[in-house]
Ligand binder design. Structure first.
Ligand code: TYD
Length: 214
């Protein structure tokens, strides 16, 4: 399957990516507010999840109880949740000219399942194309943070999912894999933000990036 050209819709798709506890969800809410203040029509979503069916899949794929889940099952469940949210919400919103802000999307699968679980970037990108209807984000913001800081924050927040329980080495690989994707990027859609900064500094930086790209 070939990647189709990027700009297909009047809307604008922003994805937030990174490892555990990097602060994506806090910033997605702040970004949404800034966009609304500017009079923009915006929808904010998370993966896996965001629709009734995708939230049910989320329960299965992230439950810490499902320790016996095969990696192949994991690959396909993330894709199933993605296929549903794109059909139900992302694609219709982009067609209607909305700004869609997503806390994780296709690049999470490339990193976690493709590069760290070793299914390969190519296979995962083919599945991603199927699930998203060949849709690439217009802008992807990588929240880069040393793993120790992210995991400590995650432990304090008290919400531990099945992937949080992986080793520190797993999470180091996740961080490196994201940086590798940025390095290899030919589309210009990736921007890296230093997530060690204060919430206010990160919010400002993201806003400057978004304003210039919209
Ligand atoms: P979540 O609780 O939403 O946390 P976070 O704040 O880290 O985004 O957990 C989502 C988890 O699922 C996270 O560990 C990354 C993982 N994931 C994948 O492995 N592949 C994917 O395609 C997606 C969307 C998420």
């Amino acid at each position: 399957m070939k990647q189709k050209k990027q700009k297909k819709f009047p809307g604008f798709l922003i994805t937030l990516e990174g490892g555990e506890g990097v602060g994506k969800s806090t910033q997605s809410v702040r970004l949404r507010q800034r966009l609304i203040d500017k009079g923009k029509d915006v929808i904010i979503l998370r993966e896996p999840g965001g629709t009734a069916i995708s939230e049910q899949i989320r329960q299965v794929v992230l439950s810490p109880d499902n320790t016996s889940m095969a990696f192949t099952t994991e690959v396909l469940l993330f894709q199933a949740a993605r296929a549903q949210i794109y059909r139900e919400l992302v694609l219709p919103s982009l067609k209607a000219g909305k700004i869609v802000v997503m806390d994780r999307s296709r690049d999470s699968s490339v990193v976690y399942q493709g590069m760290v679980r070793d299914f390969g970037k190519e296979l995962i990108d083919q599945l991603n194309d199927l699930s998203t209807g060949h849709t690439l984000p217009d802008l992807t913001i990588l929240f880069d943070l040393p793993v120790e800081i992210g995991l400590e924050r995650r432990n304090r927040s008290g919400e531990i999912n099945r992937l949080d329980m992986e080793t520190t080495q797993f999470h180091q690989k996740v961080r490196q894999a994201y940086l590798e994707l940025v390095e290899e990027d030919k589309t210009g859609r990736w921007v890296v933000v230093d997530a060690k900064q204060s919430l206010e500094q990160i919010e400002e930086e993201i806003w400057k990036i978004v304003e210039t790209r919209l």
